[in-house]
Design a protein around this ligand. Structure first.
Ligand code: AMP
Length: 390
């Protein structure tokens, strides 16, 4: 990563696109620059490679392109030492035409941060894929992230679909055997869970993604990625999934706008140590102006706003006192970076890493809890009446 970023800096005028597989990876790269720019400037000024890079073949390659360039070093120092990193991508790489990065599904929450760093460059979500197999391509890569549909590539695996009905969003395998639908029989507007049989030998493997059919390209169906299937949080009868949690966070973070603050990362935890149990949401915030940081009261209102945004069963359980007030724990800057380092140290791939949207593993909880700077609780019950069904 160090050598790659250094090459990017040396050839800054030639860079036409900046990207990573997932948005979280691209933000990790920006953060890497933030942490290491002094070393990069030093290497560029002196034409030497940081001794921390030990791989001989990488050192040899770098020696061919790394020449002393004090002018470029001064430029990097000037841009990176500024407090304000708005548009840093286009400042350092002025010819960037677009960001090549997946911002659909759970990655959508990074869009505002990427817009901030890139000055609103288009974001091309080109593909929908997994370790198990490739699924689809976006045939209109320059469309808005909210309009992205992926066209399935029927030759990549044998695709089948399990109809997904939200009103009975339970594991249908518990009832009668699931009725699978073939590619050709999908209906526009309906949601399905993706099932693949791969050339490598997975048989009817449930990928865990919920997709909505948006149309067809010739005879190949096109999908909007809706969410991962699993329920994230549950205390009582309530079931909160990833997209609901994300929507609640988006609604609550509107309250942070006037404080020039945004939610950089989040995860959640169903705390059932006390009765009633309650939802805990860990937030890492980006506060542009420390003198105008959101107050305790505003953060409590964010808790309330989240509760208001959650589904009717959650609100009903809150009113019935079977769920306690939602809690936001604000963690120190860089906490989620540490979380990723921890996952990588346990074998996760840096390219595929996705922040877990719900945590329960003790070492991760300990890491998060040791970085908490403040705690806030919802001050009131969310609205719920027996008549109100939505
Ligand atoms: P992995 O097997 O770790 O590479 O992750 C594959 C999973 O990443 C998929 O099952 C999806 O949940 C998610 N994913 C991959 N591509 C996209 C995409 N274009 N939009 C949203 N989520 C995606």
């Amino acid at each position: 990563m160090y050598a790659q970023m250094l090459c990017g800096l040396i050839m800054r005028e030639e860079v036409l696109r900046v990207g990573a597989v997932f948005a979280s990876g691209l933000l990790k790269a920006v953060r890497f620059l933030q942490v290491n720019w002094k070393q990069f400037a030093h290497d560029i000024e002196t034409g030497t490679l940081n001794p921390k890079v030990t791989d001989p073949s990488v050192r040899e390659c770098m020696s061919k392109i790394l020449k002393p360039n004090p002018e470029l070093a001064a430029f990097i120092t000037k841009e990176c030492s500024e407090e304000n990193w708005e548009c840093i991508i286009t400042r350092i790489w002025p010819n960037t035409k677009y960001l090549d990065v997946i911002v659909t599904g759970a990655m959508a929450q990074y869009i505002p941060t990427l817009e901030y760093y890139s000055g609103g460059l288009p974001m091309a979500c080109t593909m929908y894929a997994s370790s198990e197999c490739y699924f689809g391509l976006n045939l209109k890569p320059m469309c808005k992230p909210s309009e992205v549909s992926y066209t399935i590539m029927p030759n990549m695996a044998y695709f089948e679909f399990l109809p997904h009905d939200d009103s009975s969003a339970q594991d249908s395998s518990r009832d009668s055997p699931p009725r699978l639908v073939d590619l050709a029989d999908l209906e526009v507007g309906k949601e399905y869970e993706l099932i693949v049989t791969t050339y490598a030998g997975l048989c009817r493997y449930r990928v865990g993604d919920i997709l909505r059919v948006t149309g067809f390209h010739n005879a190949a169906p096109q999908f909007r990625f809706i969410r991962r299937k699993n329920v994230l949080l549950s205390i009582d009868f309530d079931k909160t999934d990833e997209s609901e949690l994300q929507q609640a966070i988006e609604n609550a973070s509107v309250l942070l706008k006037e404080f020039n603050t945004s939610v950089v990362e989040y995860t959640s935890y169903a705390d059932t140590k006390q009765i009633p149990g309650h939802y805990v949401i860990y937030w890492e915030l980006f506060v542009k102006d420390a003198a105008n940081a959101p107050t305790d009261e505003v953060l409590s209102q964010c808790c309330f706003q989240m509760e208001e945004s959650l589904n009717v069963v959650y609100r009903q359980c809150r009113v019935a006192d079977s769920i306690g007030p939602l809690e936001i724990r604000v963690v120190k800057n860089g906490t989620f970076e540490e979380l990723m380092d921890y996952a990588i140290s346990r074998g996760a791939s840096i390219n595929q890493y996705k922040v877990p949207r719900c945590v329960s593993f003790t070492p991760i909880m300990e890491l998060l809890d040791s970085r908490v700077v403040s705690k806030h609780f919802s001050p009131a019950l969310p609205h719920w009446t027996p008549e109100r069904r939505r």
